[in-house]
Design a protein around this ligand. Structure first.
Ligand code: GDP
Length: 498
């Protein structure tokens, strides 16, 4: 193509901005790496069915359009996952972006005449789900937020988590003179309490501000040097020079300089969205775990479909039209439970959508493993058949009292998910800790097979495309084993492809 043709083609190339979000460790980094690697590897097994019959298809990475957003470190993450001693990559800590371009021979006569292929840019925007929590702050004053935050701290699931912070707050009076050292100490204790409550009680995952949990490049900045105070009901604005006034000013600056720009500059430009959720961990929290998950989903849906008069509704020039909800790490369970996992997530999304009055976007739920680390194994013991998975538990992981070294393989029975999704929400049936999920190391990957496009075997998620392994240490899988990436991609982009 000529330079002029390239320029014109760039101008008229449709761009779809895909947001990828989820709480910390929900699987965003592995998902983006797996999706991009699978698309770049046209010869990979299993192939992407949406692209299987497209002759002349090219997929490549291009420089991203926004110079002020860090690039998603695809190559580093891929190197971590596909080296001789594969390890999970470093997780998402801030926003990042990657541009992937799909190109195929022109379909319409105008492009053919100009010698221009058809192209599609997919701009993938990875951002922490914790940052979505902050949307609620935009409609809250400092005193309203303080009242909520202090209430949550006092009703913490484990009181020792918030004890130091509450003790410190007990010594501060709103009218005390503003002191930086107090603001720093209070913010530090508040941040520690938030982090610990997140770890110990997943229901607190919706507590913010989000940057206290994942500060991105704000670490140490005055913008996150504030904390909530017990405020007298009648006193809504701090007296000049008081601690109250200082913390209130910082809170408002956080909204103006951190929260608003994120929603205006990044969030409002998304066209489609993937929300990754660790449903298996929620299931292990029994019925309460699932009700917390539903609560969290409600908050997420409110961000995607804000009320007509909310702050966000004024800045959203367009609306996200497709949202994929994905239950990640589905390779922790046997294939017979994958559909059940999908059905449980689907129920949780439907219930949250009803409560948040969500309508107008095409949503679908998926069971997903962006990198499949296990294979399905059926074991018979005392005449009973168990649906197990086999993989290499990560170093230090305990299975049946035995500590693993990261090299040896283990066969584990994680438990079967219920056939009726409603059973997972029923406190009479769903118990805490009823499953045994194991953290597995990434598989050892074989080099991409050199199979010409159009002749590669297409595998299904039902059976792994590689045979049974006999020794975990030498276990090697085909190019990029996954569960569900193909279906999810087709849902999101099928309408944009030839
Ligand atoms: P992020 O914080 O959302 O970026 O989460 P990551 O993508 O870093 O994933 C967090 C952890 O979840 C990883 O270190 C893995 O232990 C696990 N994980 C993520 N995706 C998969 C998957 O497809 N299969 C398995 N077995 N584990 C996964």
């Amino acid at each position: 193509m000529t330079d002029a043709g390239h320029l014109l083609s760039d101008l008229i190339t449709p761009t779809v901005r895909l947001g990828v979000t989820g709480l910390s460790r929900s699987g965003k980094t592995v998902f983006i790496t797996g999706l991009v690697k699978s698309l770049l590897d046209l010869n990979a097994v299993p192939r992407f069915s949406a692209l299987d019959r497209q002759h002349g298809l090219k997929v490549y990475l291009e420089p991203q359009p926004d110079d002020d957003v860090p690039r998603f470190q695809f190559e580093d993450h891929l190197a971590a996952l596909s080296g001789p001693d594969p390890d999970w990559p470093e997780s998402t800590r801030r926003i990042s972006q990657l541009r992937l371009t799909l190109e195929w021979p022109a379909g319409d006569w105008a492009r053919q005449a100009l010698g221009m292929p058809s192209r599609l840019h997919i701009d993938i925007v990875d951002y922490p789900g914790e940052w979505l929590i902050d949307l609620a702050l935009l409609d809250q004053s400092f005193s309203d937020w303080s009242a909520d935050a202090m209430h949550y701290a006092r009703t913490a699931f484990k009181p020792e988590i918030s004890a130091d912070f509450l003790k410190f707050c007990g010594k501060q009076a709103a009218g005390d003179p503003a002191e930086e050292a107090i603001a720093i100490e209070g913010a530090k204790l508040f941040k520690t309490y938030l982090g610990q409550s997140r770890q110990r009680d997943p229901s607190r995952a919706i507590l913010g501000p989000g940057r206290f949990l994942l500060p991105g490049d704000l670490e140490g900045s005055p913008l996150i040097t504030f904390f909530p105070l017990d405020l007298p009901r009648e006193k809504n604005v701090g007296r000049a020079g008081s601690l109250h006034a200082l913390l209130e000013r910082r809170y408002e600056s956080y909204k103006t300089h951190v929260v608003e720009p994120f929603f205006k500059k990044h969030f409002s430009r998304l066209d489609r969205q993937v929300v990754l959720i660790d449903v298996l961990t929620a299931l292990n929290g029994g019925a309460k775990g699932l009700s917390d998950l539903e609560h969290g989903l409600e908050g997420v849906l409110k961000a995607f479909r804000p009320g007509a008069n909310s702050w966000l509704s004024f800045i959203l020039p367009r609306r996200i039209d497709k949202i994929a909800f994905a239950a990640t790490k589905a390779d922790h369970i046997h294939v017979t439970s994958h559909r059940r996992l999908e059905a449980i997530l689907d129920k949780a999304v439907a219930r949250a959508a009803r409560r948040s009055d969500m309508a107008g976007a095409d949503t679908r739920s998926f069971a997903l493993a962006a990198l499949r680390a296990t294979e399905n194994v059926d074991k018979v013991a005392s005449g009973v058949s168990y649906h197990c998975v086999r993989g290499r538990p990560v170093r230090g992981e305990k299975v049946d009292g035995r500590t693993f070294d990261g090299k040896k393989a283990a066969v584990v029975f994680p438990g079967d998910l219920p056939d009726d999704p409603l059973a997972a929400f029923d406190p009479e049936v769903a118990q805490v800790g009823q499953y045994a999920f194991t953290r597995f190391a990434p598989p050892q990957l074989l080099p991409t097979p050199d199979v010409p496009v159009g002749r590669a075997a297409v595998s299904t998620a039902a059976e792994p495309p590689w045979g049974p392994t006999h020794d975990g240490a030498s276990h090697a899988s085909p190019a990029w084993p996954h569960i569900g990436l193909d279906r999810l991609f087709t849902f999101l982009f099928g309408d944009e492809l030839p």
